[in-house]
Ligand binder design. Structure first.
Ligand code: SF4
Length: 185
């Protein structure tokens, strides 16, 4: 079994799809290599690609605030994206780009072996759960990916545009923490 460090060293040289030409660098996942909780987002935006962090700026701060409110330490989580390069104008990744990048995510999941995955937004939700329903229909209940328990919810950049969805994300994290730690938040 390859370690997350070994996978990362190879992935940063990936040129498998045209997104690499737009992105400052390949942004691999970061966090605890033995995390019980993995978070999967859509793609690094241009600022994240510059910083090398999977999520950065206002959206990153919002995600860290969600963790803090849920009594989750950032360093205990593994955060990654469905595609590891920044799409032009921060657009949604195309199907062929998601397919090209998918093996990196599968290797991350196999190396980390998390108990829980939270999918933020429609792109990772559709890619992992292979369902075409909306986040509104899929959130608030458990799904599975093999033996891993999976929740999906609204992505941080959606929350920045539409703050009324924050309550639903909070409800999803309450569900997560009840199951993961027995916490009644
Ligand atoms: S998006 Fe993924 S597949 Fe495409 S070049 Fe970047 S790392 Fe490789």
């Amino acid at each position: 079994m390859l370690s997350i460090e070994d996978i990362s060293k190879v992935a940063v040289g990936c040129e498998r799809c045209s997104l690499r030409q737009n992105s400052k660098q390949v942004v691999f996942g970061s966090g605890d290599s033995k995390a019980r909780l993995m978070v999967v987002l859509e793609a690094p935006d241009s600022k994240a690609a510059e910083s090398g962090e999977p999520i950065f700026g206002e959206a990153g701060t919002l995600l860290h605030n969600i963790f803090a409110a849920s009594h989750i330490k950032r360093e205990d989580v593994y955060i990654t994206n469905i595609v590891k390069c920044n799409p032009p104008r921060d657009r949604t990744p195309k199907k062929e780009e998601i397919v090209a990048c998918r093996s990196w995510l599968d290797l991350e999941i196999a190396a980390i072996r998390p108990d829980y995955i939270v999918l933020f937004g429609l792109t990772p939700t559709r890619a992992i759960l292979s369902k075409s329903d909306s986040i509104k229909e899929l959130r608030g209940k458990w799904h599975s990916f093999g033996e891993i328990k999976v929740l999906c919810t609204y992505e941080p950049k959606t929350l920045l545009k539409t703050p009324k969805y924050k309550k639903m994300v909070w409800d999803d994290f309450k569900l997560l923490m009840k199951d993961m730690e027995g916490l009644d938040l």
